[in-house]
Ligand binder design. Structure first.
Ligand code: MSP
Length: 519
């Protein structure tokens, strides 16, 4: 059985509704998964929800629900959101599922038996109101804590710790020898800088049940639950285990786990797509956890930046939000998918503005791609009764060059650059219409052969574009195919090769892809 390209996203905290940041990350992963499939690889795309922890417990309490009921209701919204984005995920993990919880416990048992954990007493300042420990950084200049924390008391708490420190030198060496492990480069340098300048503190992996009960019980001590990362990160391997992946099933030897019949080969992951705020957990804690389990490391961690709106932090409390569902309902899913990937390269932070969104919609989608497809196919309908003329290769070299560029950029997960390459073909073809002026050729019967050539080049360019666009704008790509009279989805990159549109074939009905919105 051959190993699949395995791509994951962060699993989102289930304490509210999805926003732009969550949508962005999932769309990145979806485009990469679709690209790999289009390029002929088998891919497995995993996303899901991180459902345990204090915030969820508190949110459930606020709604007077038990946490599981609360999670079940909200998880339905998040699954619907994944559908709304037309994500092609192959599984959707919820950390409250038995398949995940049992695997986490099996791993914890193994690491405990191997002496990777120890107990220690932590002393710190605790806010009962926020149910959190505060650090020196939380103090105000006068040394007091903000009144919003309520009464702050010094608390002593026993907990379990995972030995991280022992692996610090190994990890530095690994990151130095594997420059592709964390991308972009500046994120890798950030991790290396951190590791070289700090002594790693061991990782607290538990919380006493008395303080937090919404978690996975430690199998070797019922007074504790696992805390956050030992639960959440393990989703990346608990799901492969559930699908019968032999590599990860070697980790928790001897335990009984529920395994589906599928028997997929997934681990090591090819790509973890995450935001910059959780880099340390993925590039420091996770590799060390895997090493302790005796598992190979993921091949790459791809780190994206954060969106702001109108230059300020996205925040529920200030109402500075972008509601992806509202944008999609008004402008269409593909306009949303296009904007987030075209506007922001994977790496730096970005800024959403409604004006910027409209400007790209108008210029690049409506006037660029939409206008090209609509006028090309309308002219073919009007001047040739919608029947594709004989093959002509005038734009073939331009198209082939851009097909090769796009292929290389997709293989390198350079999504914004791939969109730029694709739009250079859109622009080239629009320029070709202006240069060849088919509407003038149509008035002169002597120019009929020339008009045939022009119309073929335009229709074939539209077809090529549909194939190149498929990972990004699947709905639009499928519409272009249907308007060309082709059935199915343009989901195989190999069919982008020039000249596959058959002469004599009738096209379908042209219709605007991106209706103009005049306001
Ligand atoms: N549950 C943890 C992740 C566990 S992964 C094993 C978590 N959840 S989260 O809901 O807070 O964030 C989920 C993802 O969304 C993270 O990768 C985070 O970086 C991303 N984003 C959250 N807000 C964002 C923006 N404003 N912009 C871009 N991405 C952002 O962390």
């Amino acid at each position: 059985m051959s190993k699949r390209f395995y791509i994951t996203t962060a699993i989102d905290y289930l304490n509210g509704q999805p926003h732009l940041g969550h949508a962005y990350e999932k769309i990145i992963a979806d485009v990469i998964a679709r690209s790999r499939r289009s390029l002929g690889e088998e891919a497995f795309f995993l996303t899901g929800l991180d459902e345990h922890g204090q915030k969820v417990q508190q949110a459930a309490q606020a709604e007077k629900k038990n946490p599981q009921e609360y999670c079940d209701a909200l998880a339905a919204d998040w699954r619907a959101f994944a559908k709304k984005l037309e994500l092609t995920n192959d599984d959707f993990v919820r950390t409250t599922e038995p398949r995940h919880k049992e695997f986490v416990q099996a791993i914890l048992s193994k690491l405990h038996a191997a002496g990777q954990f120890y107990t220690a007493t932590y002393t710190g300042f605790y806010s009962a109101k926020e149910e959190t420990f505060l650090t020196e950084k939380d103090r105000r200049p006068d040394g007091t804590f903000d009144p919003s924390y309520g009464e702050v008391v010094e608390l002593k708490e026993d907990n379990y710790y995972f030995k991280l420190q022992a692996h610090q030198a190994w990890l530095i060496d690994y990151l130095e020898k594997n420059p592709a492990f964390v991308q972009p480069d500046y994120r890798r340098n950030e991790v290396l800088g951190f590791l070289k300048n700090h002594t790693l503190e061991d990782l607290c992996i538990s919380r006493p049940v008395a303080r937090l009960n919404w978690g996975i019980p430690l199998p070797f001590d019922p007074n504790f639950v696992t805390y956050v990362w030992f639960d959440a990160l393990v989703n990346y391997i608990s799901v492969p285990a559930a699908h019968g992946d032999e590599t990860v099933l070697c980790a928790p030897q001897g335990s009984k786990l529920r395994i589906q019949k599928s028997q997929l080969s997934l681990w090591p992951a090819d790509l973890h797509v995450i935001g910059k705020d959780i880099l340390k957990f993925h590039a420091v804690y996770w590799p060390i956890m895997l090493k302790a389990m005796g598992l190979p490391l993921p091949k790459q961690i791809l780190v994206h930046g954060w969106w702001q709106k109108d230059g300020a932090k996205i925040s529920k409390s200030t109402g500075n939000l972008v509601d992806p569902v509202a944008v999609i309902n008004e402008w269409g899913l593909d306009a949303f998918r296009f904007y987030v990937l075209r506007e922001l390269n994977i790496g730096p932070d970005g800024n959403w503005t409604d004006a910027g969104f409209r400007a790209r919609y108008q210029a690049e989608l409506a006037n660029g791609l939409g206008n090209l497809v609509n006028r090309s196919l309308s002219m073919l309908k009007r001047y040739r009764n919608g029947v594709v003329p004989a093959r002509s290769n005038e734009l073939a070299a331009d198209a082939e060059k851009i097909i090769a560029e796009t292929r290389a950029l997709l293989a390198a997960n350079q999504l914004q650059a791939a969109l730029l390459a694709i739009w250079s073909l859109v622009n080239r073809a629009n320029q070709y219409v202006d240069q060849t002026a088919p509407f003038r050729l149509a008035k002169d019967p002597a120019q009929a052969p020339r008009l045939d050539e022009v119309l073929y080049n335009l229709a074939e360019t539209c077809r090529v574009l549909a194939v190149l666009l498929w990972p990004f704008l699947p709905g639009t790509a499928t519409k272009i195919y249907a308007q060309l009279g082709l059935s199915g989805a343009p989901d195989q990159f190999s069919s982008a090769a020039w000249g596959q549109l058959q002469s004599g074939q009738p096209i379908g009905e042209p219709a605007p892809l991106f209706p103009r919105k005049d306001d």
